[in-house]
Design a protein around this ligand. Structure first.
Ligand SMILES: [Zn+2]
Ligand SMILES: [Zn+2]
Length: 395
């Protein structure tokens, strides 16, 4: 076909692209144009086919070599397989099962794992739980007790699920393989598809007489108390892994893990960013202007800080080592940053008002006057706009 696009161009990669780059490029396109994502969209389907064809050829070292040498012509007339698939490309020959398992297994959250069902020892699934702690508990670490429902091997049937005296039999559908192979007609031609056996769910065994204690599951469930050591420095959303407190393994495999997600409560005054803590502290007018000792709340309790005279609002200071410990080494701590906010006094009594006026006068900010309502003075009102502007600039 004369109007076929270059395979490298289709995938948007360089001629020298390595396998990982090819795969990445194809995954991106496949995810975008997959027919399951774009039902009925002919253009997407064509794009998907084009990308799949390009990837199938370029991911095969032998075919890639041929393509690099002869271009599309390498697959058009040769080999006598010209009829199948599309554009002379024969999909029947390619092991689509492998490609799809590889690419789509994790792409669509499908079972690249279930494809590999086996009867050997397998680790159990992980369990998830959540623990709520305070801001301070996250900073300094704590011990928490969790109650979770844990499965254990059934003591009556020892995990086989079969009534004592009987045993599970080999699954007739998959002959104990745990998986079945389907051949399916698809838009690419015949596709080999491997699936977990629907009869035995991958175990390869069928239980005829079920154990009555566990109803054939092989497990019993019970509530268990688990001690969780929350390390100092943990942050909201992080998880603690407790080994082998998850679901039991199969065929002698180890238990899965318990993953405990930590939920840290918001603190009324402290905020946290990584290892640093942030807060604000109020300063009175006098403290800001004159300086002096203030008391500041930290996670270690109150500390004294010497404020410099003339401290402006929004001034930020650092209390070194008063932050959050490092998760790896609790002796290394972040810092605590405090932003001072100068409080403008409200609800002043007459005495305080008078003192402030005096203060302003002493600073030269007010024209000397016995009358406090100098803004209401008639001569002020008479001033023109230009005069006022001049005054502003003279200041
Ligand atoms: Zn049982
Ligand atoms: Zn089976």
């Amino acid at each position: 076909m004369a109007d076929k696009r270059d395979y490298y161009e289709v995938l948007g990669v360089d001629k020298s692209a390595d396998d990982a780059t090819l795969k990445k490029a194809y995954r991106k396109l496949a995810k975008k144009y997959h027919p399951d994502v774009n039902p009925g969209d002919k253009e997407a389907e064509a794009k998907f086919k084009e990308a799949t064809e390009a990837y199938t050829i370029l991911s095969d070292p032998e075919k890639r070599k041929q393509y690099d040498q002869f271009g599309h012509a390498a697959f058009e007339n040769g080999g006598g397989g010209a009829g199948g698939g599309f554009g002379g490309f024969d999909f029947n020959g390619a092991d689509m099962g492998d490609i799809f398992g590889d690419i789509f297994g994790d792409l669509f959250g499908g079972g690249s794992r279930s494809r590999r069902a086996n009867n050997g020892p397998m680790k159990g699934a992980n369990l998830r739980a959540r623990v709520n702690i305070t801001f301070e508990e996250a900073v300094f670490g704590c011990e928490k007790e969790l109650e979770i429902v844990l499965k254990d091997e059934c003591t009556t049937c020892h995990g086989t699920g079969a009534k004592p005296g009987t045993s599970p039999v080999t699954c007739p559908k998959c002959h104990g393989e745990g998986q079945v192979v389907y051949t399916q007609q698809s838009m690419f031609g015949m596709v080999r598809n491997v699936q977990t056996c629907p009869d035995c769910h991958g175990s390869g065994k069928i239980i005829k007489d079920k154990c009555t204690s566990c109803r054939g599951t092989g497990y019993t469930s019970s509530r268990k108390k688990i001690q969780v050591s929350v390390p100092a420095g943990i942050d909201n959303g992080q998880s603690i892994r407790i080994r082998e407190k998850g679901e039991p393994g199969t065929n002698g495999g180890p238990r899965g893990d318990l993953l405990v997600e930590v939920n840290v409560a918001r603190h009324p005054i402290f905020q946290r960013q990584d290892m640093n803590i942030f807060s604000t502290a109020p300063l009175t007018y006098a403290q800001a202007a004159l300086g002096g000792t203030v008391r500041i709340n930290t996670v270690d309790g109150e500390v004294e800080y010497e404020v410099k005279p003339g401290t402006q609002t929004d001034t930020r200071i650092r209390l070194k080592g008063k932050g959050v410990p490092s998760l790896r080494n609790k002796n290394i701590r972040g810092d605590h940053y405090v932003t001072f906010v100068v409080q403008v006094p409200t609800n002043l009594n007459e005495e305080a008002k008078e003192a402030l006026r005096k203060f302003d006068e002493a600073c030269g900010n007010r024209p000397k006057s016995k009358d406090s309502d100098d803004f209401e003075k008639p001569e002020k009102k008479k001033k023109s706009f230009m005069d006022k502007l001049k005054e502003t600039f003279e200041d």
